[in-house]
Design a protein around this ligand. Structure first.
Ligand code: UDP
Length: 492
């Protein structure tokens, strides 16, 4: 740390958590809030009304348990940001490219309400802000209130290190072909189409990227939802790049959810009855069920969904398939499932969840033996933590690099071989990956002979390491201890 570290045994640390309003960023920070409170801190969790409503049952659970967390609902002035009323989460604008830049630019409108909240509370000498890397504007708030500030990074150290090298060394100069990322312990090839994957690299977004970078260099350190034993070389490389700043892997944060009910309401209210789901899974053979879900943002058109359905049907495997509400109601899909006979043919073998699924509860069920994933970082880490190998199907953003970590570095996944990003736009209906490719990858993951067994063994080992990291004395547990000791106002 560049600034003096204050340790004040008599003052409880107070964390002000400012998550990006996107499920993949909010969910781990809700876990972080509860974990820090459990470890003796007071927490202010900054949110907005639409997002607070999604975590209502967590809020009630926190109140009942007496954990010292205040959920602070700030007004997000959508109209001022040029957004329709209520567009307070990335998943509400994901099919509207024209609104996305406005959303990210509009985040800084939370500055005034956050400042007035901070003015109204007793901050004391032991307050630390942890803000999502996208909330670049929190740099000024932290300065104004002389707060220490840590950045929360959504993805892995592997992704961050690759992106840093790619952008610093401008390795795509040579054109559109494949480039090897230099200076890594593994040979990682990327194409311009796949990486770096952050929105901030899009044309027209670079002004935001510059602010995000400035805010990161001004921060006191970084917390990441990963664990040292998963990617030790990349944690080291990132630490090297950050110099004296603290780099603290504190995951897997989802492991904090021990209670079955909390697991089921993590992120949103589940669209399936938990007892029915648990009973259905209990009746299946251990490791036999394939779980298929693409996170909170990735959407697919009806023709692509029908291809996936056909692959699941012909694979002969039991499956749980999660469709987003908007996908499940498309007339072509509804018709194919009912009149087309899919529902009848897969009855008892397949369970379709239309809406929010209790993902961590599903992945941690012993019957689940494989996961077809879009490689969002949380989903990836949750699968690794539950020892579940993956079929990787990246769509956008960091997902292509996450796939490389899973398939090439950790070797716990089978790639579908997708080469270019796909981004669903309302009304479009294209098939990017045909049924045969999905089926082949699924069978290779679930059967896979000797190589499949070795893959499962590696996945088992990473799951054990993940759990050990969070136990008392484990690497992430100790990093959380360090985090709770990074206290005090900045010494200018
Ligand atoms: N998630 C869930 N149920 C769903 C969809 C997603 O619980 O039906 C959770 C999932 O467990 C993960 C998060 O939402 O914690 C998604 O984050 P990820 O980084 O995997 O992908 P993103 O949604 O950001 O693309």
């Amino acid at each position: 740390m560049t600034n003096q570290v204050h340790r004040n045994g008599s003052t409880k640390p107070h964390f002000i958590l400012v998550p990006l309003m996107a499920q993949g960023h909010m969910i781990p920070m809700v876990d972080m809030a509860r974990l820090l409170a459990d470890r003796g801190a007071t927490v202010s969790f900054i949110t907005t009304p639409v997002n607070a409503a999604r975590i209502e049952s967590v809020v009630r659970g926190v109140e009942a348990s007496g954990l010292p967390i205040r959920f602070v609902e700030l007004e997000f002035p959508c109209a001022e940001a040029g957004l329709p009323e209520g567009c307070e989460n990335v998943d509400l604008i994901i099919t509207r490219p024209e609104l996305q830049l406005r959303f990210y630019e509009g985040l800084s409108l939370l500055r005034k309400p956050l400042e007035s909240y901070l003015r109204g509370i007793e901050l004391g000498g032991a307050a630390v802000m942890i803000s999502d890397s996208c909330h670049y504007w929190t740099m000024d708030v932290a300065r104004e209130f002389s707060l220490r500030r840590m950045i929360f990074h959504g993805p892995s150290c592997f992704y961050i290190v690759c992106s840093l090298i790619i952008s610093q060394q401008n390795i795509y100069e040579d054109g559109l072909g494949t480039s090897v990322v230099p200076g890594l312990p593994h040979r990682i090839e990327v194409t311009r189409a796949q990486a770096p994957g952050s929105w901030f690299y899009w044309p027209g977004w670079m002004h935001l990227k510059a602010k995000v970078d400035e805010s990161e260099s001004a921060a006191d350190g970084v917390v990441i939802n990963t664990f040292l034993e998963l990617e030790p070389e990349y944690v080291d490389l990132y630490r090297g790049a950050m110099g004296e700043k603290a780099v603290l892997p504190i995951g897997t944060l989802s492991l904090y959810n021990k209670d079955a009910e909390i697991k089921s309401t993590r992120g949103n209210k589940a669209a399936v009855d938990e007892r029915r789901l648990a009973g259905w899974l209990d009746a299946k053979e251990p490791g036999s069920v394939l779980y298929v879900s693409f996170g909170s943002l990735v959407l697919q058109g009806p023709s692509q969904l029908i291809e996936i359905g056909r692959a699941l049907e012909s694979s002969g495997r039991p499956f749980v398939w999660v469709l987003k509400g908007a996908e499940a109601s498309r007339p072509e899909l509804v018709e194919w499932m009912s009149e087309g006979g899919f529902a009848e043919r897969t009855e008892g073998r397949g369970l379709v969840i239309a809406g929010w699924a209790p993902q961590v509860a599903i992945l941690s069920h012993p019957s689940v033996g494989g996961f077809v994933t879009h490689c969002g970082w949380n989903s990836t880490l949750e699968a690794i933590t539950a020892s579940v190998p993956m079929v990787t199907w990246p769509h956008i953003a960091d997902q292509f690099l996450n796939e490389k970590l899973v398939v090439e570095v950790l070797r716990v996944g089978v790639s579908l071989g997708v080469k270019v990003p796909t981004f669903y736009i309302e009304g479009e209906d294209v098939v990017g990956v045909e049924r045969e490719r999905v089926e082949k990858a699924v069978l290779s993951l679930m059967d896979g002979g000797e190589e499949g067994e070795r893959r499962r063994e590696r996945a088992r080992e990473y799951g054990v390491k993940a759990r050990m990291a969070m136990e008392e004395g484990g690497s992430s547990y100790e990093n959380i201890t360090t985090l709770t000791q990074i206290l005090g106002h900045k010494v200018e």
